[in-house]
Ligand binder design. Structure first.
Ligand code: SAH
Length: 261
């Protein structure tokens, strides 16, 4: 049997229609979809009726499927001749472990393509009225993980505190208070604007805003939990003026499809 192929597809930050035209096309042609927890169910509903849908995300009653097992699922289905879509939140190469999956496919000589997506770190913040850069407030942005890095080393928050640009922290909610403390200790002003955005770009989006020293309190007040983006820098102040979530128009996928394909 001919080898199948794997598409590593970015689903975008949440709102279903933020997927790319190519990503949507892949879903509609898939024999197998392997998806994460953060992927919008509306997108999975676009799959063919006989598509094999495999959820490898963490749920309250079930543990995350280990990465090597996910790699193996992709390999096994591709080797049996299937079109496999690996559907991931945001962009597949931004903290999505997409690089590891592509490496394991490459090692097995399985054809694959990356279909980039809108990362929550940029597009998700836009939905909260926060531009990651702005001529007057930030000339760079830095997207970092709040988790431990390679080799279980913590991030060098003291070095990151010296950076002038916008700091966007993914997977940082469990250690948010400590992160803010470390940044202050590293020399960032305690008055630096800071926000946490939960479920960015979705109907249920919520934001807590304050400063490095007050963010923890605001997060508790607004009941913000993971998945959330933490963003630090002057651009946070623009969110009142630039927020459009309450008036945005949600495009359903059906009409989009007719023009897309
Ligand atoms: N590949 C993804 C990121 C995966 S890491 C991307 O490009 O967006 C998962 C982390 O991303 C979450 O812990 C959270 O910090 C952030 N995240 C992803 N989608 C989000 C959303 N809609 N709202 C808030 N945070 C989100």
């Amino acid at each position: 049997m001919n080898k199948g192929k794997v598409w590593l597809v970015g689903a975008g930050p949440g709102e279903a229609s933020l997927i790319t035209v190519k990503g949507l096309h892949c879903i509609r042609e898939a024999d197998v979809i392997v998806h994460d927890r953060l992927v919008n169910p509306e997108l999975i509903a676009q799959a063919p009726v006989d598509c094999n849908i495999i959820d490898v995300g963490k749920t309250p009653n079930r543990h995350l499927v280990p990465q090597d097992q996910i790699n193996q699922i992709l390999i096994d289905h591709a080797l049996s001749g299937k079109n496999v879509v690996r559907l991931k939140g945001g962009d597949p190469y931004v903290f999505g472990r997409g690089g590891e999956e592509a490496e394991s496919l490459s090692q097995q000589h399985i054809p694959f393509e990356i279909v980039p997506g809108i990362s929550s770190s940029i597009g998700g913040l836009a939905y909260a009225g926060i531009p990651v850069t702005h001529r007057d407030y930030a000339s760079s942005f830095h997207v970092v993980t709040g988790h431990l890095c390679q080799g279980n080393e913590p991030q060098n928050w003291h070095a990151l505190a010296q950076i002038e640009g916008t700091l966007v922290i993914l997977m940082g909610m469990a250690r948010q208070d400590e992160i803010c403390q470390r940044l202050i200790e590293g020399g960032k002003s305690a008055d630096t604007p800071a926000a946490a955005v939960m479920y960015a770009s979705q109907q249920r989006q919520r934001i807590a805003k304050g400063t490095l020293s007050t963010l923890q309190h605001e997060i508790e007040r607004e009941k913000i939990e993971a998945p959330a983006l933490i963003v630090i820098g002057k651009v946070v102040n623009l969110s009142d003026v630039l927020s459009f979530i309450s008036t945005r128009v949600d495009i359903s996928l059906e009409p989009l499809l007719q023009t897309a394909i």
